[in-house]
Ligand binder design. Structure first.
Ligand code: NAI
Length: 339
């Protein structure tokens, strides 16, 4: 089965190759775009990461395609419904980095709560021991709000409890056995927003979570709270967060993900794409809004690296190779099922 991997650097290709002896694997270092999709023209499988948008247009350009294997847990970068309508399977790596991402969320929380970045700059750049403006606050005794208590969210809850935080949770499917065990509790979203000193987003991107934090509910956030998003950028209406940062509702944000972040990765594609003028203008507005957040002194912005640890990367590559090998031998695993 010819399988073309996109966005795989040579070092990762060297790790994958011996695990893929049963398939004809080819590697392209660049992410998948309409400009290089022809490199997979006769492929039966492609493997991508979240920075490759697998749109209708891309799927239509791959007539032999049977499998899209994403090297991620989230699959909102793939038009799964369209793939399904064409009989193409989609598989994921459902459970890598569940500690990795939770630890990173806390790295952002601590960097914000203790002003680590301005403190570092004070000494490194200003060569000064002046502590003016660097006072932080203790996490101990504060309230952590976790939205989405799946594999990652549960670890965020556990770490928060380890810091001596009260923890309130919100999930479409509450796991009260878990909250009872760790000493947390489920509340509705408005209650969580109004009571948490630190909010962590850990829900997937779905129709329901689109703009979960938005212009209508952002004002419910407890004045001066921190907001951390290591899930997906689209969970936050970017303009609402900019407003909340400006008026001090949100004192600081830690963002590993951004609304429309694939456009940030390749601005040229947006400007030169076949999208009509209004879509291009919406895209550019969002790009500017994302830039506003990235440049804000109240935001710690990172380029979608919450998952990026040695351990998680090894797991991603191992499970991806296994997914493709299993599919090729007629025993698919980790398939995405949609209604
Ligand atoms: P999971 O599927 O184990 O948990 C997600 C939880 O969110 C579930 O309990 C689900 O019921 C809940 N949920 C769904 N809709 C909700 C809603 N409307 N309101 C409240 N809760 C809702 O997923 P996991 O492994 O914990 O990952 C969560 C997300 O983190 C992924 O979908 C992905 O988008 C993101 N992620 C980000 C990474 C990064 O590098 N920044 C790396 C890995 C995952």
């Amino acid at each position: 089965m010819k399988t073309v991997f996109f966005g795989v650097p040579p070092t990762d290709a060297d790790i994958l190759r011996p695990q893929l002896s049963a398939v004809d694997a080819q590697f392209v270092a660049e992410v998948l775009t309409s400009s290089n999709v022809a490199q997979a023209q006769d492929a039966e499988a492609i493997s991508v990461f979240i920075d490759s948008g697998v749109t209708r247009e891309i799927i239509d350009a791959l007539p032999n395609l049977k499998l899209i294997s994403t090297r991620s847990a989230g699959f909102d970068h793939i038009d799964v419904a369209y793939a399904k309508s064409k009989g193409i399977a989609v598989c994921t790596v459902p459970a890598y980095g569940t500690h990795t991402v939770a630890e990173f969320a806390f790295a952002l929380i601590l960097a914000l709560s203790r002003n680590i970045i301005p403190a570092y700059q004070r000494l490194r750049v200003d060569n000064s021991f002046d502590s003016t403006g660097l006072m932080g606050f203790d996490l101990f005794g504060k309230t952590l709000g976790v939205i989405g208590t799946g594999k990652i969210g549960k670890n965020v809850v556990r770490i928060g409890r380890g810091f001596g935080m009260e923890v309130v949770c919100n999930d479409l499917f509450p796991d009260t056995a878990f909250t009872d065990e760790v000493g947390a509790k489920y509340v509705d979203l408005p209650t969580l927003l109004g009571s948490a000193d630190v909010i962590s987003l850990n829900a997937p991107y779905t129709k329901e979570t689109h703009h979960l934090i938005n212009q209508s509910n952002v004002s419910l956030i407890k004045k001066g709270a921190l907001l951390v998003n290591t899930a997906r950028g689209e969970l936050i209406e970017t303009s609402a967060l900019i407003t909340a940062l400006r008026d001090g509702t949100v004192a600081g944000a830690g963002l590993d993900v951004f609304e429309g972040e694939r456009r940030l990765i390749d601005v040229t594609t947006l400007v030169t794409s076949n999208a009509d003028a209004s879509m291009q203008s919406d895209g550019l507005k969002l790009l500017l809004a994302d830039e506003t957040l990235i440049r804000s002194g109240r935001v710690i912005a990172t380029p979608h690296v919450a998952y990026f640890s040695r351990e998680a990367k090894a797991e991603i590559l191992r499970v991806t190779a296994e997914n493709i090998t299993h599919f090729a031998s007629g025993t698919p695993q980790n398939l995405v099922t949609i209604q």
